[in-house]
Design a protein around this ligand. Sequence first.
Ligand code: HEM
Length: 273
Amino acid sequence: MPKLPAPPLPKSLKPKPKRPGEGNGNGNGNGAVGLSHPVAEAGVSAVDWIDERTSLSGGIRWMLFRKVPRGVNWFYTLGSATMFAFLSQAVTGVFLAMYYRPDATGGAYESMRYITDQAFLGQFVRGMHKWGSSVMVILIFLHMARTFFFGAYKYPREMTWIIGVVLLILTMAMSFTGYLLPFDQRAYWATIVGVNINGTGPFIGPYLSDFLRAGPEFGATTLSRFYAIHMLLLPGLIIALIGAHLWLITKLGISAPPWLKGEPDPELEQTEV
Ligand code: HEM
């Protein structure tokens, strides 16, 4: 005769669920995960409170706890390093924007001098932003080289590559538009050369240089145009595209190194054609 399941306990006899840190029944009163500190418990409760209402932890787990192929190495960290460089640029850029004035009649240059000579940690933040831009460009090229030489652009990751190409162009455009902002002699003349080079491009060249100059002549609004492109348009696009890039990477998984040999599937080996 099959064994019947035990009848459910009446409510009054059910063991009371334990509160966090109340003990795990082994008598040490410490909790199974050792969370007895009130600060740690407060953190856990806050995270639980948010998660119960948003279910965000599922998405975070999907994004972060993924299987990666055997043999991945330091070259695979170059994309994250590029992202970190971008985040650093975003943070330092926000602080610079708090003092910078896009005023072509001398205000821009003066505000940069103020940042460098007087603002608290201004020279440091400006230096981080300036050197950080070069770091980001170097990292993005190294990351692109890694994905190219490892063949990571092939099926099914073509879209990841195409979005990457757009990210590369946007990063170069960030460098170009940022170069004018100090508004010193070098920035001014280098940008005139750059805008003129853009103007020589086929078909859209002249329209592009008119758009960048905000008219047929290099004038006061050119600086505002570059500033708006540099701190609003391009960062917005870059953030959206990095989001799409990361979504595809999570969805498709990371590609295996090209030297890794696939293990033959025993089931397929037995199949006779
Ligand atoms: C702002 C710029 C970029 C960021 C933040 C970024 C970020 C990332 C990250 C975090 C990964 C995960 C694996 C890894 O790091 O290698 C990745 C993968 C990838 N990226 Fe980028 N990337 C950028 C630009 C580019 C560029 C310029 C290209 C190529 C033109 C590109 C093509 C790819 C490809 C094909 C993968 C898939 C690699 C694989 O599955 O092995 N990315 N990217």
